[in-house]
Design a protein around this ligand. Structure first.
Ligand SMILES: [Mg+2]
Length: 166
């Protein structure tokens, strides 16, 4: 069970994700969490450096799909802004939205990575399908109470969130 909660990689930010390294691992598709991974959960615009990271990934021919548990209108706005497909109200860690995203991107599990800031949604969901899971430090410390409860549980299974396993 604990293994299912462990990311393959832990990095301080999406900006620190090494695309070349992912490519060398055979990763072709990136499932991106939205809130606190690509954008602050309480903001309505993508910071320029994050938009630039996404653009670079596109130039490097990575396929991408946003998979978010947030509501449709918010997710749709970022989908348009960043020009990448998105699945909203995803109910991560359920497997269905991850499978849908791979279908959209045309990738298989062994060529797909998940990048997100939450162990119990992004990492667990990705690990259930044997995707390459990358945990990032959340962009904003302020969150919904449901997320705060999960954070407490995260600290129990991953003290300091410093683990890196490859
Ligand atoms: Mg998130």
């Amino acid at each position: 069970m604990i293994d299912a909660l462990r990311p393959r990689l832990f990095v301080p930010s999406l900006l620190a994700v090494d695309l070349d390294r992912l490519r060398r691992r055979g990763i072709e598709g990136l499932i991106l969490d939205l809130d606190n991974t690509v954008v602050h959960w309480d903001r309505d615009a993508t910071a320029p450096e994050f938009a630039a990271w996404i653009e670079r990934a596109k130039e490097d021919a990575f396929r991408m799909c946003l998979v978010s548990n947030s509501l449709g209108p918010r997710v749709a706005r970022f989908s348009v802004e960043l020009d990448i497909p998105a699945i909203a109200r995803a109910a991560k860690p359920r497997r269905r939205p991850f499978r849908q995203a791979m279908e959209i991107m045309g990738t298989t599990a062994e060529h797909t990575a998940v990048i997100g800031d939450q162990i119990f949604t992004d990492v667990l969901g990705g690990n259930r399908l044997h995707l390459f899971t990358v945990l990032v430090t959340p962009l904003s410390p302020l969150e919904f109470w449901t997320t705060r409860m999960l954070r407490r549980a995260e600290r129990l299974v991953m003290p300091g969130r410093k683990a890196e396993r490859e």
